[in-house]
Design a protein around this ligand. Structure first.
Ligand code: UGA
Length: 431
């Protein structure tokens, strides 16, 4: 099947390249000429492990091409995934202008009816909005609209796409269901979950908001342990053994960040407000997550002790999580910004996110970026682990002279750290 994917950002590229891997012929369309020229040269604009190799393979197999020409794509294919950005408006709602513009352009350039699928995260009732727009622009054609939200995590997007827990598809009729069966024929058919369009749109927000709630909940239990005592690792482990709860997304830390959870939970809150609804759980998740970094910054100050203005911190991690260069809503960056006005200096390390962090700190002169983590650590008085890069857990601790560590991701084993002579603090510990 020949499929067009509009938008060559994170979601569009992973979707396009993975669908090409499953045997379809994919045209990736983007308005950004430079991005398209780079992609034609196999240069990927995002950091995602494995994606570059998969691109080369699908290009070599002639399964994927890149273009700025949507009208040409409209001559060649009948199925369109819209994977453009839905940035956050000032009030927190999702800005649909790029999605609607893409749908309109397909309609204007089409000679026959098409299937238009939203892959981008869009609020409930977007499908209806697209359908209304299409009717206005091309009353002579009957388009099909569907919703097929993505559940990809940055850093493991290819394996998430290739081994999905489920493939959610919101459709209006049997004909479109069959097209999806063909699109996803590479996957076990029981993975396909068909719903109506609004439900599919809501599933995406419900899933992300539930995961954000789970993280917020375990962070609150960590605060509880910090106050009354108890071991958060054992607590999370035992909670997770209950199959009704499950052991995933129960790692306490500095709060959730990234381009999805903060934006999607806020957008769900906004959809509720627009419909005169109150969702107190969602409100609490947002405010608790915002307070999380302030709470931890105070604890860090407590550990730094007297003469804080003379203290130097080695910050391990800038990305919002490990295995990515993405710093959007990164808790590590928020905490660093709270500390920078108070401490003498921060030596910041990350395996991939230093370049993206620079602009975040343009107003601060007392931060230095270090590509060598041992160099960052050994110039400081105190080490702060802020991002869950697996590589941090494997560092050669014997090479580190600074003995005071606050681990906001609970990467290290407290007993081993004590044996190695570290003054080791972690999330959920009473001090
Ligand atoms: C998230 C979802 O996991 C994906 O299913 C979804 O497709 C994606 O959003 C999206 O909507 O596009 P992502 O933002 O890449 O994926 O990152 P996650 O791995 O979910 O982590 C989000 C945040 O939660 C990170 O800051 C992470 O450090 C934090 N987290 C995660 C915890 O603090 N504890 C955990 O146990 C898990």
């Amino acid at each position: 099947m020949k499929i067009t994917v509009i938008g060559s950002g994170y979601v569009g590229l992973v979707t396009g390249i993975c669908l090409a891997k499953t045997g379809h012929e994919i045209i990736c369309v983007d308005k950004d000429q430079r991005k398209i020229s780079n992609l034609q040269e196999n240069i990927i604009p995002i950091f995602e492990p494995g994606l570059s190799d998969l691109l080369q393979e699908t290009v070599a197999n002639k399964k994927i091409s890149f273009s700025c020409d949507l009208s040409q794509a409209c001559q060649e294919s009948d199925v369109f995934f819209i994977a453009v950005g839905t940035p956050q408006d000032e009030d927190g709602s999702a800005d649909l202008s790029y999605v609607l513009a893409a749908a309109k352009e397909i309609a204007l350039n089409s000679k026959n009816s098409k299937l238009i699928i939203t892959k981008s995260t869009v609020p409930a009732q977007t499908g209806e909005k697209i359908q209304n727009l299409l009717r206005q622009v091309r009353p002579d054609l009957k388009f099909d609209v569907a919703s097929n939200p993505e559940f990809l995590r940055e850093g493991s997007a290819i394996s998430d796409f290739m081994n999905p827990d489920r493939i959610v598809v919101g459709v209006e009729n049997e004909k479109v269901k069959n097209i999806f069966r063909e699109i996803y024929q590479f996957f076990p058919s029981e993975k396909l979950v068909f719903t109506d369009i609004i439900t599919a749109e809501l599933i995406k927000y419900a899933a992300n908001s539930f995961l954000a709630t789970k993280i917020t909940f375990i962070n609150q239990m960590a605060t509880m342990c910090e106050t009354v005592g108890g071991n958060i690792k054992d607590l999370a482990h035992a909670m997770g053994m209950d199959e009704r709860i499950g052991n995933k997304f129960l790692n306490p830390g500095p709060g959730f960040g990234g381009s999805c959870f903060p934006k999607d939970v806020l957008a769900l809150q906004q959809t509720a407000k627009e419909n005169n609804l109150k969702l107190p759980v969602i409100d609490a998740v947002l405010s608790a997550n915002q307070q999380r970094q302030e709470h931890l910054a105070k604890k860090i100050e407590q550990l730094l002790g007297a003469n804080i203005s003379e203290k130097k911190i080695a910050l391990l991690g800038l990305a919002f999580k490990g295995n990515t260069d993405d710093v959007r809503y990164s808790p590590a960056i928020k905490i660093a910004k709270l500390l920078l006005p108070k401490v003498q200096k921060i030596f910041a390390h990350d395996f991939a996110a230093i370049e993206n962090s620079r602009k975040e700190f343009k107003d601060f002169s007392n931060i230095e970026f270090c590509s060598d983590l041992y160099q960052a650590c050994n110039q400081a008085d105190f080490i702060l682990v802020a991002t869950e890069w697996k590589e941090y857990a494997a560092i050669d601790l014997k090479k580190i002279n600074v003995k005071k560590i606050y681990d906001l991701r609970n990467l290290f084993d407290a007993k081993t750290m004590a044996e190695l002579g570290f003054e080791y603090y972690h999330i959920g510990q009473k001090f």
